[in-house]
Design a protein around this ligand. Sequence first.
Ligand SMILES: Cc1cc2nc3c(=O)[nH]c(=O)nc-3n(C[C@H](O)[C@H](O)[C@H](O)COP(=O)(O)OP(=O)(O)OC[C@H]3O[C@@H](n4cnc5c(N)ncnc54)[C@H](O)[C@@H]3O)c2cc1C
Length: 499
Amino acid sequence: MSTLSDLSGGTFDVAIIGGGIIGAGIARDLALRGARVALVEKGDFGSGTTSGSTRLIHGGLRYLEMLDFSLVRMDLREREILLRIAPHLVKPLEFRIPFIHQSAWFRAKMRAGLLLYDALSYDRSLPGHRFLSNAETLADEPALTTGGLHGAASYFDAQVSMPERLCLENLIDAVRHGAVVKNYCQVRSATKINGKVQSLLVRDTGTGDESELRAKLFVNATGAWFDRVQTIVSGAPSRRLRTTKGIHLTCAPLVNKANVLFSPLDGRLFFVIPLFGKTWIGTTDTDYPDDPAGVRAEADDIEYLLRSVEPFFPAIRSLAIYSTNAGVRALVRQGGSESSVSRRHKIEETQPGMFSVLGGKITGYRAIAQEAADAVCARLGITAECQTAAASLPGGHGANVDSLYGSREDELCALSGSFGRIGAQARLAVRHEFCQHLDDFLLRRTEHAFAPDWGASVAPEALAALAVELAWTKAQREEEWRRYRAAAVRAGAVTEPRP
Ligand SMILES: Cc1cc2nc3c(=O)[nH]c(=O)nc-3n(C[C@H](O)[C@H](O)[C@H](O)COP(=O)(O)OP(=O)(O)OC[C@H]3O[C@@H](n4cnc5c(N)ncnc54)[C@H](O)[C@@H]3O)c2cc1C
């Protein structure tokens, strides 16, 4: 685990602010090209918008309607790359578009859209689209309403059930190639000479200790926090982003396939998806100018989703809601309705000596990171080529694709000793995955928090193993449990996890 002194020893080639999927991708890309990289993240890695997403790796049928063909093509190409370099984390997922009370014009439009979607993914390994009869549709989705049903369309995209681990594996690989990465380390201010950024003042949010982080170039990859960090760095108010909130709710299993539906309330596209043995429903899209750290699903967001789903899956109202979650999109500022704003990213030098990434999706993170790394390398005179389209992530070497750890499953087994699997996971998380707290472990290193009990049944074993690794006292263990329960409620648990 890196310390503040690892950051203060000398001048890095590049210092990256933000340890979400995009910052992590840039760190890996640059480290693989031989650059000396540092990355700081104010919370835990992947705890920002990356963990608030719908967890799809998709071209985005919706963006075809916005006529953004090059964005869709980029994301479909990236989908293929991720299926190849991270087969343990990114899996094919079949989608259904049920036609319920839809006009012949709507069905023809969908037919044309899916033909185009297949054409744009000409290098795909996934099956192309097809159409299903009512009987075939209902055989897979018995909870779907039968009234007004005219069959369904089927097509494939992909799902990353734990984007937190996709982010983490980028960082693990960056560190293997010499990067220094530190979570719970916040950028507080910047020192400039003639406007050019020279160094950042960073604070360890656990100890309160501060240090100076010097680099030849800096990258602001703070997603929805971009304007806040740019303001700190430049000293002038920045308003480049339009930030919008999206929420999800999870309930007892309702669907077997990923369903693409259009809300009868406003025509917006949303998903009803199987994930972790539950059903995820989302998302919404409403302006949210406040601090992204405070984003929550409110009662009217939840009611909007329930009212949108009900005509298609009437059983929704009788199902238990397990949790909600929310995230904040960072969109390059544009007028119009929230849903009409382009999802295209921008990379700019927003301050002399600092490049910034504005916008972007998880799906395109690797390509966005490559573009940012190209800009940085051109400035630093680094001529090495990008390797990330071909080089598998640490767990992505083919073996054990059914394990969250992929080909790193052996590393986990080697650590089990007298511990069971939970203990081994905790050891691995602390020793090689930058885990500092129980909530890091349950929410972002493993999928335990996605169980209906929010990981309460495994928490005692995890806590015991983490306490050994991190030398926690009894009081610290109690504090960690309190901290986890609060984090679970913030993350959307309907009731606090109980031991
Ligand atoms: C509801 C919703 C659904 C989505 N669904 C999908 C989807 O299905 N598929 C898809 O491809 N994309 C999806 N997206 C988009 C995707 O989630 C984001 O584009 C992506 O996660 C952004 O990653 P990031 O690294 O830019 O931001 P983040 O993950 O937010 O990372 C930025 C990090 O910067 C850190 N930071 C901020 N300030 C500081 C500071 N001062 N010092 C140090 N660190 C700091 C934050 O703590 C944060 O962790 C969705 C987004 C939302 C909101």
